[in-house]
Design a protein around this ligand. Structure first.
Ligand code: GLV
Ligand code: MN
Ligand code: MN
Length: 420
């Protein structure tokens, strides 16, 4: 059993806090009211450069894979290393901490390793486009690494929210080589384990009065789009009985998803959200001839998530058909529930215990790049508390002091895992 390494938590918290505040500055977000940065934008480039410089100063070799996942390692290629990191893109309505705190804390672990002369073999990764803010596809960078995409999707189906051009085109324009995307898998080749720190985005830790949590599993999800076709018509002159109003199918489906998710949740944690709705043509005096809405269904039981999706799809079809309209459901992506590795969980629990830090073992309702890594590498996650569980909002708050505890736990868990 390794000796527990104690760190100067105050100093680590200061450094983590400074990095977080710097990356919330105007050079790193394209919005004045939220953190907003996503793949291939200038503010995202600046953020990668920030990490490049800090890691370069530590003597890490830093590079980007063919689509722009950032990798930094303190051992030559081919040698085993322990992986750690997260993502530094943000939700379009993001806060300072989602993802960024994980990369910043991973950087702090690298600093501590160097400062304390531990000599741990480390590789930091900051995954591209976790939030889907640029291209509407969550975990995109890590799913490319995991081979959970198709070339066709990257060339044509995955399109930028802002201008509708393909991921491929944007990646090339930013100087990357998307045609080499299968080579991105290599960034996991040397990993003996993987750890991601993230804010909890729930309130379990706050309610328990714990600063850190150890994740047992990450909820699976289905993301899909429903397109309803009715008929556009005059909003004043068309009697209520003669309308093919696609908006009514969207509205009824939204409420039905609420009902289905609540019912499923009585058995096992399940949630369902319609987060995007658009009506076509979207004018005050036109009965909507088209409607599009998204489905985000998540839970800790894949069968239940699948059932809710199936039932909601059936409802939309039935409701549209009954009224002379059509509904088409298209899956964007489905990711199964991802359990964390038992040995990594136990290393984290051991490290937290030896640090004298009470912790909660909990599942993650939010998705994380770790879901893509876990298929190839024994993986785990550390959560830190966030105020009232608020996230995907500029109101998001978390404490650098808690992340410093997370850094100590990670450092010791990596040391224990690397040693044994
Ligand atoms: C990731 O940001 C998610 O929505 O789970
Ligand atoms: Mn995140
Ligand atoms: Mn997020």
């Amino acid at each position: 059993m390794s000796q527990h390494v104690s760190i100067d938590r105050t100093r680590s918290a200061e450094r983590i806090g400074r990095d977080i505040e710097t990356l919330a500055g105007p050079a790193y977000t394209s919005s004045e009211r939220a953190i907003c940065r996503y793949a291939y934008t200038d503010v995202y480039r600046n953020t990668l450069d920030y990490f490049r410089e800090r890691l370069g100063e530590l003597g890490f070799r830093v590079y980007e894979d063919p689509v722009g996942n950032l990798v930094a390692r303190n051992r030559p290629p081919g040698e085993p290393v322990f992986g750690l990191g997260s993502h530094c893109d943000s939700n379009r309505n993001g806060g300072k901490y989602d993802g960024t705190m994980g990369v910043v804390t991973a950087l702090e672990v690298c600093r501590l390793d160097a400062e304390l002369g531990l000599g741990l073999p480390l590789q930091l990764i900051s995954f591209l486009e976790e939030e889907g803010s640029g291209f509407g596809q969550m975990l995109l960078g890590s799913r490319i690494v995991a081979g959970r995409v198709t070339e066709r999707a990257l060339r044509q189906d995955v399109r930028a929210i802002d201008d509708g051009r393909s991921f491929w085109e944007h990646a090339e324009e930013a100087g990357y080589q998307p045609s080499r995307w299968p080579e991105c898998a290599a960034i996991l080749d040397d990993l003996t384990g993987w750890l991601e720190l993230h804010i909890e985005q729930g309130r379990v830790l706050q309610d328990a009065g714990h600063r850190v949590g150890v994740v047992s599993a990450i909820a699976g999800y289905v993301h899909a789009d429903v397109e309803v076709r009715g008929r556009a018509d005059h909003a004043g002159a068309t009697p209520m009985d003669l309308r093919l109003d696609a908006g009514t199918v969207a509205a009824a489906s939204l409420l039905e998803l609420q009902r289905l998710a609540r019912r499923a949740n009585e058995k096992v944690p399940t949630v369902g959200t319609v987060g995007e709705v658009s009506l076509d043509p979207g004018l005050i005096n036109v009965v909507p001839g088209g409607a599009r809405f998204s489905l985000d269904i998540r839970g800790v039981d894949d069968r239940v998530v699948g059932e809710v999706f199936h039932q909601l799809s059936g409802f939309a079809h039935e409701r549209a058909g009954r009224e002379g309209m059509t509904a088409t459901v298209t899956e964007r992506q489905t990711v199964p529930v991802t359990p964390m590795d038992a040995r990594i969980i136990s290393a984290l629990e051991g490290a937290a215990g030896r640090a004298g830090e009470p912790y909660t073992v909990l599942h993650s309702g939010a998705a994380h790049d770790t879901m893509s890594v876990a298929g190839r590498v024994p993986a785990g996650m550390v959560f830190v508390a966030c105020r009232d569980g608020v996230s995907h909002s500029p109101e998001e708050e978390a404490r650098p002091e808690d992340a410093a505890v997370g850094a100590e736990v990670m450092l010791n868990a990596i040391a224990a895992t690397t040693e044994s």
